[in-house]
Design a protein around this ligand. Structure first.
Ligand SMILES: [Zn+2]
Length: 59
């Protein structure tokens, strides 16, 4: 048996839910090494480091 919702989600409730997550700017942090804006918890694209360690070798 699969999950079955007990109550129908109304159009207003469904649309309200979708309206909240649609417009959210991606939060960016500054790289600790080069100061470039980057996504948090990801390797910096500019210098290839994460947590002050070089992950990707840059030329
Ligand atoms: Zn960087």
């Amino acid at each position: 048996m699969s999950i079955c919702p007990k109550n129908k989600t109304s159009k207003a409730r469904r649309d309200k839910r979708r309206a909240t997550w649609k417009m959210s700017a991606p939060n960016l942090v500054k790289c600790s090494k080069c100061g470039e804006l980057m996504l948090p918890h990801r390797v910096c694209k500019a210098c290839g480091t994460y947590n002050k360690k070089e992950i990707i070798a840059m030329d």
